[in-house]
Ligand binder design. Structure first.
Ligand SMILES: *[C@@H]1O[C@H](CO)[C@@H](O)[C@H](O)[C@H]1NC(C)=O
Ligand SMILES: *[C@@H]1O[C@H](CO)[C@@H](O)[C@H](O)[C@H]1NC(C)=O
Length: 304
């Protein structure tokens, strides 16, 4: 009620003062009035996330950053990084329809050399046929601070976040962050590689599976269609029967892994969509829906 009254007063004020009253808008544009629930922001510039952020994951000492936001004003824009949630951009102007946009929603870690190398925020506002995305690098600094934002390629943003939380040389190592059960799996994978029971490629695959099970990396197919650049093509089956068989085996494996996770109290992302076994029973390869073009937001639109 109070908000509504303030809004009406503001409108009256603007109407009475004419252009000079525009300075009043500054009052409305306070940092935490941005966002979806703000009645003051006209519908067209409200931020509409396409999906929920992924669960908080990674090194536990970074979890305290969840729910906080850090901003950087650079030329005409204010950038805001909310760890484990989103990256947004707000045009710094008093125009009623100032542009605000989502540059990414928390999705997964980038892991290189068994180190948490960056946070990927994806599925931001659309940008031509794709969606905006941001990679946030964490570097050691005296205080928590969004230090730098750039756009190395169109609609892909690169952010640098400084924090004392990553100054210890081991603070971003993956292994110590893992629950014990997954550490043991990793140990076994190392052993198998040393014993030449698996190939280096097999090793990479098994490690990736461990990172997925830990919730650090998104499981392919978990979040809508997997049509990302560089996805391996030709994952086909000769016959429907072999596909069914593989599906049954995978379902069994998923069930086993789920109970293992539950047993150890490890959080994991829930699969989206309906039971695929139902589809499997009715679908033949010829009546599949047409493949969405790369980056088409159509299917993802269902998250709205
Ligand atoms: C971005 O994250 C912050 C912090 O968790 C949240 O308050 C805000 O609503 C989010 N914005 C959008 C557009 O989702
Ligand atoms: C990989 O990580 C180890 C341990 O943190 C480090 O000593 C090494 O320099 C890193 N290698 C590369 C290529 O980054």
């Amino acid at each position: 009620m109070a908000a509504k009254a303030a809004y009406v007063l503001l409108l009256l004020g603007l109407a009475a003062r004419g252009p000079a009253g525009a300075a009043k808008m500054k009052v409305v544009e306070e940092p935490n009035t941005f966002g979806m629930n703000n009645l003051f922001v006209p519908q067209s510039s409200r931020l509409q996330p396409r999906r929920e952020p992924a669960p908080v994951s990674g090194p536990e000492h970074l979890f305290r950053l969840a729910g906080k936001c850090f901003s950087l004003v650079e030329s005409m824009y204010k950038y805001e990084f909310c760890p484990f949630h989103n990256v947004t951009q707000h045009e710094q102007t008093f125009r009623w329809n100032a542009y605000s946009g989502i540059l990414g929603i928390w999705q997964e870690w980038e892991i290189t050399n068994n180190t948490f190398a960056g946070m990927w925020m994806k599925d931001g506002d659309s940008c031509r046929s794709r969606s905006r995305q941001s990679k946030v690098e964490l570097t050691c600094g005296k205080s928590n601070r969004l230090a730098h934002v750039s756009e190395p390629s169109t609609c892909v943003y690169s952010l640098t976040f400084e924090t004392p939380l990553v100054c210890h040389p081991h603070s971003l190592l993956v292994y110590p962050a893992l629950p014990e059960a997954l550490q043991q799996r990793w140990d076994q994978v190392e052993q198998d590689l040393a014993d030449e029971l698996i190939t280096p490629q097999g090793y990479e695959k098994l490690l990736r599976a461990i990172f997925e099970d830990a919730g650090y990396l998104m499981t392919p197919g978990e979040n809508g269609p997997v049509l990302q650049e560089g996805a391996p093509a030709g994952l086909g089956f000769e016959t429907l029967e072999t596909c069914r068989k593989a599906h049954a085996e995978l379902s069994k494996e998923v069930k086993r892994l789920r109970s293992l996770l539950a047993q150890h109290g490890i959080r994991h992302a829930k699969p989206t969509g309906t039971s695929s076994s139902e589809h499997l029973a009715h679908d033949t390869p010829t009546d599949r829906p047409p493949v969405q073009p790369r980056g088409d937001p159509g299917l993802r639109g269902s998250f709205l």
